[in-house]
Design a binder for this molecule. Structure first.
Ligand code: PLP
Length: 410
């Protein structure tokens, strides 16, 4: 799709032994991003860096669809965004509703509790998301300061209904802040921050943004920042305090320097390049490329006679796919066979089910560039499954579900 496509891809040369990293993040990166990441030591006060940082803040607004929200670009991983959100917005005893579709929903709930929140976990059955009627009921049942939704829970490949939740909040509980975990979604799954009414989007550099790990990206609405300003108690954290970071972000955006803690200079250079690549095509084209790629992968899974963990197309992520394995195959049997064919995939991470499924990441340049990664991934998976003794023909009528008739709740 991209004008910057195959020529800037970091595809291993034919015969290269480097396997493709096709897990649901970190992801493969373009050659230009890798080059930007390997710049020599540069002061965080250098005008070249100041310009790059300013551009990153501006471009992030475009990527997520906001004009007025404040991006925070801070050294750390995606988890740091959970801490930022909880430390700044939660006061002890406040109610938080967590829509949990897997491992990462549970982690976000644990993080909220660590900052004193009273958390209600609305858990979906494995592979599904909460019916909106259930969310509406929970929102009406008591006043929640925050509702969280994982746009993609990377443990299951289930797509949260961010727009649906935003609409419900407006209708039933307009003061509740909508916090979205977009770590495995941002720049792959459609999200329109202002139009939908998102308050906080938490993401990270190493997934569909197409960068190395190392940057926690959080975008906070002006409404969320007002809630922070109106706290009764001080923020009991230092590094993650938005009051300390906002002047830094504002300074760099005004192409000036202000110091609080050293920014990760090279990763910010890389992020600036990655964001330019995304925006050169435009986000609608980026989303459409992820949708096309995902449809190919889901069709391949069906052709293998297997089922995705996500129970329907409506609740399936486009950034990744989690696939139930036949009874006879463990993830630990399959993954080395995939790697021998040049593809690093991931096993399961749901407690009690880790061996029963595997996960493929197909976000970032794997989806947006014409590099053949998806062909390599699908061919390797088909061959590795066959080497494990799986026969698509035998499985296809009907595919053996690995879920029990009434699947366990998370
Ligand atoms: C949905 C989701 N949230 C949060 C995280 C945590 O991010 P990190 O591992 O970068 O700290 C991940 C990591 O994969 C994730 O997939």
């Amino acid at each position: 799709m991209s004008s910057s496509s195959s020529s800037s891809s970091s595809a291993p040369a034919a015969g290269s032994r480097r396997p493709l990293c096709l897990i649901p993040g970190p992801v493969e990166m373009s050659a230009s991003v890798l080059k930007a990441h390997s710049t020599p030591a540069t002061a965080h006060t250098d005008p070249v860096f100041v310009e790059a940082f300013g551009q990153v803040i501006e471009k992030l607004r475009t990527v997520v669809g906001t004009e007025t929200a404040q991006p925070f670009v801070i050294a750390g991983s995606g988890t740091l965004g959970w801490d930022q959100t909880a430390a700044n917005l939660v006061e002890a005893g406040e109610e938080v509703l967590v829509l949990s579709n897997g491992y990462f929903g549970e982690g976000l709930a644990d993080c909220m509790e660590a900052y004193g929140a009273q958390v209600t976990r609305l858990r979906a059955e494995i592979g599904n998301r909460q019916p909106l009627a259930q969310v509406a009921q929970a929102l009406r049942a008591k006043k929640h300061k925050i509702v969280t939704v994982s746009q993609v829970d990377t443990s299951t490949g289930v797509l949260g209904d961010v727009k649906g939740v935003c609409d419900l909040v407006r209708e039933h509980s307009p003061e509740t802040l909508v916090v979205v975990d977009g770590v495995c979604a941002t720049a792959a799954e459609r999200l329109y921050f202002d139009a939908w009414g998102v308050d906080v989007l938490v993401t990270a550099s190493q997934k569909a943004l197409g960068c190395p790990p190392g940057i926690s990206v959080v975008v906070a609405s002006q409404r969320a920042l007002r809630v922070l300003a109106e706290r009764r108690t001080p923020v009991a954290a230092y590094y993650v305090s938005w009051a300390r970071w906002q002047p830094i972000m504002q300074a760099y955006e005004a192409r000036a320097v202000k110091y609080f803690a050293t920014p990760c200079v090279q990763t910010i250079f890389a992020l600036n390049t990655a964001l330019s690549e995304l925006l050169s095509d435009g986000m609608e084209a980026v989303f459409a490329a992820h949708e096309r790629t995902s449809a190919r992968v889901k069709a391949a899974v069906a052709a293998w006679g297997l089922q995705t963990v996500a129970v329907s197309g409506e609740v399936s992520a486009t950034a990744m796919t989690a696939v139930w394995l036949p009874e006879t195959i463990q993830a630990s049997d399959l993954l080395p066979k995939l790697k021998a064919r040049g593809v690093v995939a991931a096993g399961g991470i749901l407690a009690g089910h880790a061996q029963r499924y595997f996960r493929l990441g197909h976000m970032g340049i794997t989806a947006t560039q014409d590099n053949g990664f998806v062909d390599i991934m699908l061919a390797a998976a088909a061959e590795a499954l066959a080497e494990c003794g799986h026969s698509a023909a035998a499985a296809s009528a009907p595919a053996p579900p690995r879920r029990s008739a009434s699947p366990p709740r998370l």
